[in-house]
Design a protein. Structure first.
Length: 295
């Protein structure tokens, strides 16, 4: 089965590789024609957590050539690129799976006419080494839940394997909010301090700041009843992706726009609505925004 994957970044390449391993035929729609050409020519190279490499053949096209030809499509672009996807509303019969950080894309989903829309959150650590190579730095899960329709089980069947497990969630909202808490606790700090996820656990000052960001996010998202469980999950996530350099850190290093607005910006926004103070989140937001402006 041919499945389109929009986005040639780390997650898009990672998902495409495991689709291929499951007997599917991913069609990668990359932002640049150069990347699409290289993927068609050289294939997709997957480097596992031990450094072993496997290369598989894939089809790839520039995003300008996406016309909804495949009945199933995975959206693996950053929040900052969502405004480039407005034409997706044209393809009403396509089943979409969205894999984004933050929650800003939820307003976009409301405008889509599709009957089958699924949301997923990614717990893997991965980095794109070049146009055709993805390095899997930390194995985790992808949680999926139906935003509209009932296609989460179909996506589970397409993607699930022992090394790439898919967890089906009944409610999409708590799933997305829990992921937002993780991102809001990890990403801004790693970007500001220029450290890996694992160093948040070994540096006592970074660890202390991460706890403050976590507490603010949990409070404004009304998840205090799960505070202890979520804190343990956050620590496990940092350990499982200890070598990972967060997407926000990589954006800062490359001078690209970060996703701070859709992550920490949402925490601050909800704090204002509930009259909850978020001083650590505000500092992180202003500091990363300053780096965005410089970049």
């Amino acid at each position: 089965m041919r499945i389109s994957v929009i986005g040639g970044g780390a997650i898009g390449l990672l998902v495409s590789y495991f689709l291929k391993q499951n007997g599917q035929e991913p069609v990668i729609y990359a932002r640049s024609s150069e990347q699409a050409k290289e993927l068609r020519k050289s294939g997709l190279t997957y480097r596992d957590t031990n450094g072993s490499e496997t290369t598989v053949k894939v089809d790839a096209k520039p995003f300008a050539q996406y016309f909804g030809e495949e009945s199933s499509c995975i959206i693996a672009v950053k929040q900052t690129a969502m405004n480039e996807l407005h034409e997706l509303i044209t393809y009403s019969e396509v089943s979409y799976l969205f894999l984004q950080n933050g929650i800003s894309h939820l307003s976009f989903l409301k405008t889509m006419p599709q009957k089958q829309i699924t949301i997923g959150v990614v717990e893997h650590g991965a980095i794109k080494k070049d146009f055709t190579t993805v390095h899997h730095l930390g194995e985790g899960r992808i949680k999926v839940s139906s935003y509209r329709g009932d296609s989460e089980q179909t996506w589970g069947g397409l993607l699930h394997s022992s090394r790439f497990p898919i967890a089906l969630e009944k409610e999409w909202e708590p799933m997305v909010y829990e992921k937002l808490i993780m991102n809001a606790s990890i990403n801004p700090l790693t970007a500001l301090l220029r450290i890996t996820n694992g160093e948040l656990l070994t540096n006592p000052h970074a660890f202390s700041m991460m706890k403050e960001l976590f507490d603010e996010a949990v409070s404004v998202l009304n998840m205090t009843g799960r505070r202890e469980v979520l804190w343990k999950e956050l620590l496990v996530l940092c350990r499982n992706t200890s070598l990972n350099r967060s997407s926000m850190l990589k954006s800062v290093e490359s001078g690209k726009q970060t996703e701070i607005e859709s992550i920490t910006g949402e925490v601050i926004k909800r704090g204002k609505e509930l009259k909850i103070q978020t001083p650590y989140s505000r500092f992180a937001y202003e500091a990363i925004s300053a780096l965005d402006r410089r970049g």
